[in-house]
Design a protein around this ligand. Structure first.
Ligand code: NAD
Length: 264
């Protein structure tokens, strides 16, 4: 244990997913105490095949961390629900004494052309990816103020930076996360609360598997200058940096981890 996050209490949403579980493991290895939050339901898989339970995955990750000598608990949280956010922050503070870091990682994807977008799907994705981040910051800030400061990490995407030519609703939410991050960073800079965004490129996780058609994968990899998808640990290292005091002069920034996708 190298301890870059020793003494830090972290609330991480979407902890059962591909990027979430990698972040949980690495933060625990670096000494963080973790409250792992996830929606207590299975994801809907587009082609009807059996879904891995991401809620169960969050519980297994917490168990694994405890068995390795770390400290992790699980809380059920639907990030679109303000009352559940208050409860998740309260449970974190009641259980671990404070809140230092919030990682707003939970997110959903909607792979569709503009003409196939529906009002319901638009509201659903805005609810999770955009409103969920806003509610998370709103719930965490008072606890962080009580604690003398903190670090909030919001998950945006390269598709909040560059156009993809598909999934316009998803892109709108990720662009919004980047600007909400900058606005909130300015609002709470005097409270010693740093707020930054991570913009992942393409990573092979449940989000990708369950929504991007397989035939689209090859052409997508070709768009990445490094000619591969990222590994979840490559996001987790970014999260550890932003959660730790190593990033003490960073707020309102985007940390882009994309194999060069946004360079051209
Ligand atoms: N995988 C990629 O290529 C990629 C690229 C760019 C950005 N991202 C972003 O990274 C984040 C993590 O993505 P991932 O690839 O690990 O996806 P994932 O599908 O593997 O995990 C997402 C997690 O969020 C949870 N979740 C969904 N709706 C929720 C809700 N309403 N309340 C609480 N939890 C909820 C899911 O149960 C799941 O555990 C997302 O914000 C995503 O948009 C991913």
């Amino acid at each position: 244990m190298t301890g870059r996050l020793n003494g830090k209490v972290v609330l991480l949403t979407g902890a059962g997913g591909g990027l979430g579980s990698a972040q949980a493991r690495l933060m625990a290895k670096e000494g963080a105490t973790l409250m792992l939050a996830n929606l207590p339901e299975d994801p809907v898989i587009a082609d009807g095949k059996a879904a891995t339970s991401l809620w169960e995955n969050a519980q297994n990750t917490a168990k694994e961390i405890r068995e390795a000598g770390g400290n992790a608990e699980v809380v059920a949280l639907d990030v679109t629900d303000e009352a559940q956010w208050s409860d998740a922050v309260k449970q974190t503070v009641d259980h671990f004494g404070k809140l230092d870091v919030l990682v707003n990682n939970a997110g959903i994807y909607y792979h569709a052309g503009l003409l196939d977008h529906t009002v319901d799907k638009f509201h659903q994705i805005v609810g999770v990816n955009q409103l969920g981040v806003l509610l998370g910051m709103k719930a965490a800030v008072p606890a962080m103020k009580d604690n003398g400061g903190g670090s909030i990490i919001n998950f945006a995407s390269i598709y909040g930076i560059a156009g993809a030519g598909v999934s316009t609703a998803y892109q709108s939410t990720k662009g919004a996360v980047r600007l909400m991050t900058k606005s909130a960073a300015l609002e709470f800079v005097g409270d010693n609360i740093r707020i930054n965004a991570i913009c992942p490129g393409m990573f092979d996780t449940n989000l990708f598997e369950s929504s991007v058609p397989k035939e689209a994968w090859g052409p997508l990899v070709d768009l990445v200058p490094m000619k591969r998808f990222g590994k979840p640990e490559e996001i987790a290292y970014g999260t550890v940096f932003l959660a730790s005091d190593e990033s003490s002069f960073m707020t309102g920034s985007d940390l882009v981890i994309d194999g060069g996708y946004t360079c051209p």
